[in-house]
Design a protein around this ligand. Sequence first.
Ligand code: ATP
Length: 317
Amino acid sequence: MSTSPIISLSNVGKQYAKLTALNSIDMQLNQGEVLGLFGHNGAGKTTMMKLILGVISPSHGEVNVMGVAPDSKAAWHMREQIGYLPENVSFYEHLTGLEVLTYFARLKGFYPKPAKQHAIELLEQVGVVHAMKKPVKTFSKGMRQRLGLAQAFIGKPKLLLLDEPTVGLDPIATADFYRTVDQLKSQGTSVILCSHVLPGVEQHIDRAMILSSGNMLAIGTLAELRRQANLPIKITPHGLNGALRQDAHLLKFLESGDSDSVLMVPEQDKVAMLRYLLAFETIDDIDVDKANLEQVYQYYLQQNKSGSKVKNLSAGA
Ligand SMILES: Nc1ncnc2c1ncn2[C@@H]1O[C@H](COP(=O)(O)OP(=O)(O)OP(=O)(O)O)[C@@H](O)[C@H]1O
């Protein structure tokens, strides 16, 4: 495995007239790494993907993808190794699914016969092979999205950039999609995955990057971000039969609001709290929930509103 990063952004900014779409971004993506890119509408996610693709050029700073500037002539061959799913996929409506995919495979350098064979395999993989001879204009939204994914997966790319990949997909297709991402990652593909749907993403990403109004609020593994945010752990004991409210120590950790069974405990006190609860004879179960990606994301956005600094928690990033 190569040790140099697949993507490196140093002090990258993008300006559209007076609007700062991206502001001084520093990040690196390694081979076989999956980065989740999160942010509100207009945060700068698509702008970052377009800079990495070389479709637009930075206003300042340096973008390096597989050793070259992606907006330079030298990047021509490197592009064959990139798969991209844009936010709104659109195809030639009168072509069939198979024709569309074969066409894109040819553009990526496949000869006619292997292109068609590869297209069929990918259509099978994304579950639209049954409709491959139908024109795209007859495809449902989810089928179009699946075709878009098949297009991004052409040629087992070294780098995959996926803008809202699960939009329009049913739960089975979403699970299939994440299985493919895990598989490509295990084969060394690097992935940037941008999504507004946070539940279900966290177990498939190595690190998360949070953008807001062009600024990077945080980047790191979920464990790093959680630690930095110092969000409490939710502990729900079962079987205490009201003893919780009568115990002065437990009362200190009781979640505010109506709950009479949920304790919000700082991460460093988790084990001590579990030991304390196990001393109760009536206890028959304990649920322990760490803050999820959505809560971590909300935390950083909230912090940003009240004016805090960028947190880069990744070693060496
Ligand atoms: N070609 C352009 N000309 C002018 N402004 C642009 C252009 N492209 C994007 N912007 C602006 O840059 C900012 C970032 O846009 P971008 O598309 O990167 O956001 P995003 O995070 O992908 O949003 P969404 O989640 O809505 O897709 C927005 O304020 C947008 O209006």
